[in-house]
Design a protein around this ligand. Structure first.
Ligand code: PMT
Length: 228
């Protein structure tokens, strides 16, 4: 075994896409495979952390040696995450959370009738923002280092910095999901990392594991000393 820079630390990671049900057999989701979040879970585990992985819809199997909690919807993910955040040292929100869910979840399968069908959607809670607000309301207390993601298709830097400020995270990992070799489903990613402290770093295309290593290094350097 190599060095264990996160020994004794607790890390929570979200991975995959949320799944928002329309009726008993239909749902809305997105292309997240879970690979980015799984890479974080693997690296944090190998670095000695006690890892909780909150997992939506994914392809493949979550890594072994971590505590995996399965959820479907954004609301379920929020409940699980918020109940565990206070015990964590680092929180990484790699999951692709649906911004909207169907206003009504039909009890029975929707029947084919008219030529058009309108589905009403309602805003989901923003989990990352809820963590940021919870953290702000805890002055002076020990709170986790919070790492958010920003999935963009244009104006990467401007949108990522806006999310960093609005969602009050410590670090934000921005990926242009329209770029080849980056974003959903791939084994590699191309990211820029921005910090609330003004930090900025543009990384070349690298494996999702190498991205996770670099980002966890940056999160670790922002941890309060142990015992505080
Ligand atoms: O899973 P893979 O196939 O490996 O793909 C990786 C990825 C593209 C999913 C990942 O790299 C990524 O970008 N994840 C964030 C996707 C996303 O939801 O981005 P966003 O810009 O919409 O959200 C910004 C941040 O707020 C994210 O940390 C997200 O988890 C969080 N969020 C968003 C909406 C919401 N209702 N609650 C949230 O917590």
């Amino acid at each position: 075994a190599g060095p264990r820079p996160l020994a004794g630390r607790r890390v929570l990671i979200t991975a995959g896409g949320t799944l928002e049900r329309i009726d008993p057999v239909r749902y809305i989701t997105n292309d997240s495979s879970g690979k980015m979040g799984f890479a974080f879970a693997e690296v944090a585990r190998d670095w000695g952390a006690d890892v909780t992985l909150v997992c939506g819809k994914t392809d493949g199997t979550p890594p072994s040696g971590v505590q995996t909690i399965r959820v479907e919807s954004a609301e379920q993910m929020k409940e699980v995450v918020m109940s565990r955040v206070p015990q964590m040292d680092i929180v990484v929100k790699a999951a692709a959370v649906a911004d909207y869910r169907p206003l009504h979840r039909e009890e029975h399968k929707i029947k084919k009738k008219a030529e058009t069908l309108t589905l009403s959607l309602v805003r989901n809670p923003d989990i990352l923002q809820a963590i940021g607000e919870w953290k702000q309301a805890l002055p002076g207390k020990r709170a986790p280092v919070v790492v958010g993601f920003a999935a963009e298709t244009m104006e990467l830097e401007r949108n990522a910095l806006d999310k960093l400020n609005r969602k009050k995270c410590d670090l934000i990992v921005a990926n242009n999901v329209a770029q080849e070799g980056a974003g959903f489903g791939t084994d590699t990613n191309i990211v820029s990392v921005y910090g609330a402290d003004g930090f900025a770093e543009h990384l070349p295309q690298m494996s999702k594991k190498a991205v996770a290593q670099r980002v966890l290094e940056l999160a670790k350097s922002r941890l309060a000393p142990e015992g505080l």
